[in-house]
Design a protein around this ligand. Structure first.
Ligand SMILES: Nc1nc2c(ncn2[C@@H]2O[C@H](COP(=O)(O)OP(=O)(O)OP(=O)(O)O)[C@@H](O)[C@H]2O)c(=O)[nH]1
Ligand SMILES: [Mg+2]
Length: 328
């Protein structure tokens, strides 16, 4: 158990921008031990007021599309411009490896060495909900440590993309040039929440293909956004040759300014806080519900009665809920 003094030390270290303190703080946030979770929350409470001053970017796309290479290229540019960049990963698909998507860090070798960058692989194990909470809280710690650009990388597995889209200011979906029909193979829903599509590997003899794909995507996005909406931007780059990267950042920086002026930036973050609160409440209610001995026993009975046809699902669920509420 960490004492109040330990927490103060870590909190002060984080506020001073000490990377080791930040890493320790995130380790507490990511821990599954009851006492660590408690301490992690105390830490978060202390640092909450110091967080929020950043641009948060989410980057998603199929494995191999070039997300890490892109983050390294853009991260190095940003560091050159005087920014401090933190990179986090959401990868609920790899419970044991320590996060395959950034496990080796080799694709961000140069950024890893920069004193102005902090790179953290995915938290291991657990449900998407748990991983998402840890990542959100890690974002807050990074901000308290003075990182003003936070980049969250995720592979497009299950619902992880939506979880990330809901914790960032801008959500970028990375695509390959060509790939046949526009939008093929990509979940339509994810395009709807994207703020920008980035076509990577737009270089050499792939460039013409990438430009054609851009037109196709632009048309498709116009349809999706309908009459009133503003379609997401489509931009080209080569993460490897480091072309188009500065333009992408400039676009995001300009939009950040606009959104801040209009108040939409704050609004979006507030909406995210509200939906985060709802999700946490739902998760913990469900945990308590199914963790209740009596509810579980009754559920077993209900299952039998359902099989026999002596109880309807609605009746069963009503019984379970009243059992849960009975002694509360
Ligand atoms: N030609 C070319 N290759 C690239 C480009 N960007 C990345 N690559 C290569 O594509 C491969 C995959 O790149 P990563 O950055 O690891 O891709 P990723 O999307 O992070 O992959 P996962 O983390 O496994 O999901 C590597 O061999 C990169 O060198 C690019 O712009 N052009
Ligand atoms: Mg990667």
């Amino acid at each position: 158990m960490k004492s109040g003094r330990d927490i103060s030390k870590i909190a002060d270290g984080i506020l001073e921008g000490n990377r080791r303190a930040l890493a320790r703080g995130i380790t507490l946030i990511e821990s599954y031990r009851e006492e660590d979770i408690e301490v992690g929350q105390q830490l978060l409470e202390r640092l909450m007021n110091a967080s929020g001053n950043s641009v948060r970017l989410g980057i998603s796309g199929v494995p191999g599309v070039g997300k890490s290479t892109f983050i390294e290229s853009m991260g190095l540019d940003l560091v050159d411009q005087g920014h401090r960049v933190a990179v986090l990963a959401v990868d609920p698909s790899s419970p044991y490896s320590g996060g395959s998507i950034m496990g080796d860090k080799t694709r961000m070798q140069n950024l890893t060495q920069s004193a102005s960058a902090f790179i953290r692989p995915s938290p291991t194990g657990g449900t998407l909900g748990g991983v998402a909470r840890r990542t959100r809280e890690s974002i807050m710690l990074c901000e308290a440590a003075g990182y003003d650009v936070i980049i969250v990388e995720t592979v497009g597995v299950g619902q992880s993309e939506y979880a990330v889209a809901d914790m960032v200011d801008f959500f970028l979906v990375m695509l390959l040039p060509g790939g046949g029909d526009a939008l093929q193979g990509i979940k339509k829903g994810i395009i709807e929440v994207a703020d920008m599509l980035v076509i990577n590997k737009a270089e050499g003899d792939q460039l013409a293909l990438a430009k054609a794909a851009k037109k196709e995507y632009q048309q498709a996005l116009k349809l999706i956004s309908g009459n009133g909406g503003v379609p997401a931007e489509v931009m080209l780059c080569s993460a490897l040759e480091r072309t188009g990267i500065k333009e992408i950042w400039q676009n995001l920086a300009d939009r950040t300014e606009e959104l801040k002026q209009s108040g939409e930036f704050e609004q979006r973050r507030n909406d995210q806080l509200l939906s985060w609160m709802s999700r946490l409440t739902e998760q913990s209610l469900l945990q308590r519900f199914w963790g209740d001995e009596k509810v579980r026993k009754l559920a077993e009975q209900c299952r039998n009665q359902l099989r026999e046809g002596t109880l309807t699902p609605l009746q069963a669920s009503k019984k379970l809920i009243s059992e849960f509420l009975r002694e509360r």
